[in-house]
Design a protein around this ligand. Structure first.
Ligand code: CDP
Ligand code: MG
Length: 700
């Protein structure tokens, strides 16, 4: 085990009540509200937020915007929508919306709330995430949804007129969609004075938020709710958590996490363990390592479970079910368990100090960074704010312990205080197209909670222009621009789908679009890499990964969608089922948009041309004389390599386009297809001039 020492204790703290031009409301406890006393009801009343029930309802009644800050697990997400419903905000055909940045959190809280209310999920209480709508038009009154889905709803109903209250939850995460949503809701509020907003968060972003929603500049009618936002801080009751740091930096946080879990199990009293790693890969690896180690050293009583957003429903349920007596649960999670989900019973937290984060640099300043113009998902250090949240998860039921896999010096001196809003580190192509579709033309002048860089906006406009989505006046083109905006996929994928009509391969390309919307079709196999590689070879297509996916999908259909077949071929059965579901939905959307559904049978050139039409901006050429598979992107000459998981790894065709980049020691392209460079100029003449593609014809 890594060596830890204990510099003191830290009790997770919440907001300091310091006046800042906005109202701070200090609530007094409300008395029992006269409900029945079933055990569920009692449980509800024991949550910290219950004391503030009257105060919250009073503020929502009298204020256009209420900001609620409260520690994770205090009951914000599950209780407030119910309070609103009980107070009549869902009467007269109106609805209450509660948004979450994460899909898994939407599903989990919706089913919890349905259970608490004693109703069937999908009736009075429902949820909607992309490609999954569990609501009923006539019955649903309380609806949980991702912020991205609510943004999409605005396309049909720009003022979100069916909602009486919209609660934007987890606002501290500052996800891209949350920030766009906040900007738009502020506009909607001016048109709909009766709309109420609740912004809730786990940390102290409250003042920035309040300042953003403070509308002194725009004086509204006097009879409506007060325009100044109120801030309510829900007093939590987390127990103290002892923090331990490693004495010296560790080289491998995965191994360190595994050994820390095992020694907690050896030395500490019962209580569940929550481990923060970064993504499905390292989480699956850790689950396997801990399980193996425990078996080989005959350690009893460990239940090791992964938690990340692609997790199937059945596995999610295990995470939330109580730990059997005499057992110890170990949940290995992404930062989803930081604030979005409350796991009861956690006493020990192991914090790697890392998470997977999006990074994007539009690349206008050559001195800034070597990562330019490509959005990367990279493993990066978390902020102090995140580290504190993670620590707090150990103090839920009794005093706990948090093992930080970094030094105290690092925490104090190097860890950034706050994270950077996603808006400022993302590719903004999707964001811009959504705003355009909502008729917001002055993107640069839009009132953002955190302004994105003008360079990133300009780069996004450029890409959309090249995709044929925007015209010379930066307005959506008709019909292509509106169609791309309408398809709930990344604009590049949507464009690929639209282009497939021209090449007569929409059936195939829709399958590819569905596969690109999930994590991976392969079963994660650590320790069975050789077998997995052999299985892949059975489906591998010389053209590249996208065509390989078509082969896998075909095999899956021919097997009668058999789980046995999947198992034999190292194909992820749940992922394939999801692909068929998404595919069905995409076909429906395509039909609605008048896209002709047609199969090109075995003409894979058509498929590759359609992919190029969407992904031309991601074109790369193999460096002439390169012996190690070095590619450079055409646009910005960045150095990239084909990812080892690609069927084109070591094949290295001269010209490729890729779907995404992952960075580890190098920048790797994932999902790669070989192309003919002439297709690039056909697909995007203004993006690629001929001389750019062909600087020295003898080398190409
Ligand atoms: O939103 P906030 O973090 O303030 O709390 P919450 O998600 O509303 O959770 C309140 C309580 O509901 C927690 O104590 C959880 O134990 C419980 N809960 C649960 O048991 N199962 C869920 N799926 C969600 C919440
Ligand atoms: Mg919550």
């Amino acid at each position: 085990m890594s060596r830890f020492w204990k510099p003191g204790t830290e009790k997770p703290r919440i907001i300091d009540d310091e006046e800042g031009g906005v109202l701070f409301y200090s609530a007094s406890a409300s008395s029992s509200s006269g409900y029945g006393f079933s055990s569920m009801e009692k449980q509800r009343q024991r949550l910290p937020v219950f004391k503030y029930r009257t105060a919250i309802l009073y503020l929502v009644e009298t204020r256009a915007t209420t900001i609620i800050v409260g520690e994770t697990g205090s009951g914000k997400t599950t209780q407030i929508p119910q309070y609103l419903k009980e107070a009549g905000w869902a009467e007269g055909g109106r609805m209450i919306a509660c948004t979450q940045p994460r899909r898994l959190a939407v599903q989990a809280v919706a089913s919890r709330v349905a259970e608490e209310m004693g109703v069937k999920l999908g009736e009075e209480v429902g949820y909607t995430i992309r490609f999954e709508d569990v609501t009923n038009n006539d019955l649903t009154r309380v609806k949980f949804l991702t912020d991205g889905v609510l943004l999409r709803e605005m396309m049909d109903d720009p003022l979100l007129s069916k909602y009486s209250v919209i609660m934007v939850d987890e606002a501290h995460e500052r996800s891209l969609s949350t920030d766009i949503l906040l900007g738009l809701l502020k506009k909607i509020q001016r048109r709909r004075p009766e709309l109420r907003l609740i912004i809730s968060s786990a940390t102290i972003e409250a003042k920035t938020m309040a300042a953003f929603f403070s509308t002194r500049r725009h004086r509204g009618p006097d009879n409506g709710p007060k325009k100044e936002p109120a801030i309510l801080s829900v007093e939590g009751r987390g127990f103290s958590v002892q923090i331990f740091y490693v004495e010296a930096p560790i080289p491998d946080y995965l191994r360190a996490a595994v050994s820390t879990v095992l020694s907690i199990h050896d030395q500490e009293p019962m209580g569940d363990i929550l481990v923060f790693l970064t993504g499905q890969d390292d989480i699956d690896a850790a689950v396997q390592l801990i399980t193996e180690e425990a078996q080989s050293s005959r350690k009893q009583g460990l239940i090791v479970l992964p938690l990340y957003s692609g997790l199937p429903r059945a596995d999610q349920d295990l995470i939330f079910s109580p730990t059997p007596r005499g057992k110890r649960k170990v949940v290995i999670s992404t930062n989803i368990a930081e604030t979005s989900l409350t796991l009861e019973g956690i006493v020990y937290v192991v914090d790697s100090g890392f998470s997977k984060q999006r990074f994007y640099n539009p690349g206008f300043d050559e001195h800034q960074s070597e990562i330019t113009d490509i959005e990367n998902l990279i493993v990066a250090p978390v902020s102090k704010a995140s580290a504190r949240q993670r620590t707090g998860r150990a103090g839920r039921i009794r005093p706990g312990k948090c093992y930080r896999l970094y030094t105290e010096e690092y925490f104090v001196k190097e860890m950034p205080a706050e994270g950077i809003p996603e808006m400022q580190r993302s590719n903004l192509v999707s964001c811009v197209i959504q705003l355009k579709a909502l008729g917001i033309d002055n993107i640069l002048g839009f009132d953002w909670p955190a302004s994105p860089s003008p360079e990133a906006l300009i780069r996004a406009l450029e890409v959309l222009y090249s995709l044929g989505v925007l015209d010379d006046d930066a307005k959506l083109t008709s019909p292509a621009g509106f169609q791309v905006a309408e398809i709930p996929l990344d604009p590049m994928i949507s464009k690929m789908v639209l282009a497939s009509v021209e090449f007569g391969c929409s059936e195939e390309v829709i399958t590819i679009a569905a596969v690109l919307s999930i994590q991976s079709v392969w079963f994660p196999g650590r320790g069975v890499q050789k077998e997995l590689d052999e299985a892949k070879l059975r489906f591998a297509a010389a053209e590249g990964d996208h065509v390989t996916f078509l082969n896998v999908y075909k095999g899956f259909l021919e097997s009668g969608k058999s789980s046995n077949w999947c198992h034999k071929n190292f194909v992820n059965y749940h992922a394939m089922k999801k692909v068929t579901e998404i595919r069905l939905q995409l076909r429906r959307i395509a039909q609605r948009l008048g896209i002709v559904l047609k199969s090109c049978e075995s003409d894979m050139q058509a498929v590759r041309k359609a992919i190029t039409a969407g992904f031309f901006a991601n074109a790369c050429r193999l460096e002439p004389f390169s012996h190690n598979g070095l590619y450079k992107t055409i646009r910005s000459s960045q150095e990239v390599y084909i990812h080892p998981s690609s069927v084109l790894f070591r094949v290295n065709p001269k010209w490729v386009v890729f779907h995404s980049i992952v960075s580890t020691d190098r920048q790797y392209m994932r999902n790669v297809i070989s192309i003919d460079p002439s297709w690039l100029t056909e697909a995007a003449p203004h993006f690629y001039q001929r001389q750019l593609l062909n600087p020295n014809p003898s080398q190409v």
